[in-house]
Design a protein around this ligand. Structure first.
Ligand SMILES: [Zn+2]
Length: 341
C-alpha cells in the first residue's frame, strides 16, 4: 500500500506527542489525518507513543462517518480498498470526523485537564487563550455524546482549540506540525506550577502491601498524591476525567497508614486498582495494566497543578457509571489487559 507523506508525518508526530507524559498517558489521546474521503485515525487501545513501530491508523470513510454521526450512530464505517483491517477505530473517531481540519489531535494534556476540572475559570481561560480560535465545552461522555456537543459548538463558530470539560484538549490544524505546535502553545499558556510533595515512604508502603496483591506505585509522582495533604484532598474528592474512571475506577479510595489492607479489599467490590495511603504514598494492584499505572501518573501530574483554593468539578455518579458500563470502553480494557499479559 502506498504510504502518503501525510500519513508518515502523522506517525512521527503521534509518536513524539505520545512519548510526552505531560500530553498523553497510556492509550489516551488520538490523532488523525484526512486524505480525500478517508480519515486515518488511531486505533482503539493503541499507544500513540508506539506509532513509529506499530501499525495503528485505521482508514475510516469520512463522508460515511459524518453521516453515521448525524444519524446518531457511534459505529464508524471502515474504508474499503486497504486490505483486511482488524483494528477498531478509536472511541473518539467521531470527533476527528467532525472537525473540518486536515489534521486533528486530541491529548490528555495535564495543564489543560487541570483547568478543565475547575468551575468558574472562563474569565481566566479567556485571558490566557486570547487570540486563539478556542471554545470551552461542558463534559460529555466520549463517543457520541461528546461528538454531539462538539458539533453543536463548532457548528456556530469555527474553533481550532477545544477545551473539553473534565477531559482534555482537541485541536485542529492544516498540518501535523501546526497541530503539535498548537497543543504546545495552549499548554504553555495554561501552564500551572505543580506543587511539590515529599517522597513516598516506601518502607511503610511495603509493610502495608506485604502478603497482598498490591505493591507500591513505581513513579514518585503517584506517591505525591498521598504525601502532600492538598493533593490528597483533591485526589479523593471524586473523579476528574473519564480515563481515570475507566482504568482506576471511580475516585480513589484511601487507607490509613495503620489500616488493614486485607479488610478494605475484602469490603470493596470490585477491589480497588489503586489506593492512597495519606502521608505514605500510592499502592497499586500487582496485576494492574501498564495503562492503569500510567493513569495514576496522569492523576499525580494533574492534581499537583490544581490550585489549592480552586473549586473542583468532579464527574457525577451517573457519568461514572456510564463510563464503566460502556461497550466500547470494555473493548479497550480487554486490549489493555491483553497488552500487559
Ligand atoms: Zn480523550
Amino acid at each position: 500500500m502506498q504510504q502518503p507523506k501525510a500519513l508518515d508525518d502523522l506517525r512521527r508526530m503521534s509518536a513524539r506527542v505520545g512519548g510526552n507524559i505531560l500530553l498523553v498517558q497510556g492509550a489516551g489521546g488520538n490523532s488523525s489525518v484526512k486524505l480525500d474521503d478517508v480519515l486515518w485515525v488511531k486505533a482503539s487501545g493503541a499507544w500513540l507513543a508506539e506509532a513509529n513501530e506499530k501499525e495503528m491508523f485505521v482508514p475510516v470513510e469520512l463522508t460515511g462517518a459524518r453521516a453515521a454521526l448525524a444519524a446518531g450512530n457511534e459505529k464508524m464505517p471502515v474504508a474499503s480498498g486497504f486490505g483486511e483491517i482488524t483494528l477498531r477505530a478509536s472511541i473518539e473517531t467521531s470527533l476527528h470526523a467532525l472537525m473540518p481540519h486536515p489534521v486533528v489531535l486530541h491529548v490528555h494534556a495535564v495543564n489543560t485537564i487541570a483547568w478543565a476540572a475547575l468551575e468558574n475559570v472562563e474569565g481566566e481561560l479567556a485571558t490566557r487563550l486570547q487570540g486563539l480560535a478556542w471554545q470551552q465545552l461542558p463534559y460529555r461522555r466520549p463517543g457520541l455524546p461528546l461528538s454531539q456537543v462538539v458539533a453543536e459548538h463548532t457548528g456556530k463558530q469555527r474553533a481550532d482549540v477545544l477545551i473539553l470539560g473534565n477531559h482534555g484538549l482537541l485541536v485542529g490544524a492544516e498540518t501535523c506540525a501546526a497541530a503539535e505546535e498548537l497543543v504546545a502553545e495552549v499548554e504553555r499558556r495554561l501552564e500551572l506550577k505543580p506543587r511539590t510533595a515529599p517522597a513516598g515512604d516506601l518502607r511503610a508502603l511495603h509493610r502495608i502491601c506485604s502478603g497482598s496483591a498490591y505493591r507500591p506505585a513505581s513513579d514518585e509522582i503517584c506517591h505525591g498524591l498521598a504525601t502532600n495533604p492538598v493533593n490528597f484532598a483533591i485526589a479523593t474528592t471524586g473523579s476528574l476525567y473519564p480515563d481515570h474512571v475507566v482504568f482506576l475506577g471511580p475516585a480513589l479510595p484511601s487507607l490509613a497508614v495503620d489500616g488493614d489492607l486485607g479488610q478494605l479489599v475484602a469490603e470493596t467490590v470490585p477491589p480497588p486498582v489503586a489506593l492512597l495511603v495519606p502521608g505514605a504514598g500510592a499502592i497499586i494492584r500487582q496485576d494492574a495494566s501498564a495503562g492503569a499505572e500510567a493513569m495514576l501518573v496522569c492523576l499525580g501530574l494533574v492534581v499537583a497543578r490544581i490550585p489549592e483554593a480552586a473549586q473542583l468539578r468532579t464527574l457525577p455518579a451517573h457519568e461514572e457509571q456510564a463510563l464503566l458500563n460502556w461497550d466500547a470502553e470494555r473493548y479497550r480494557q480487554q486490549l489493555m489487559k491483553a497488552r500487559s499479559a
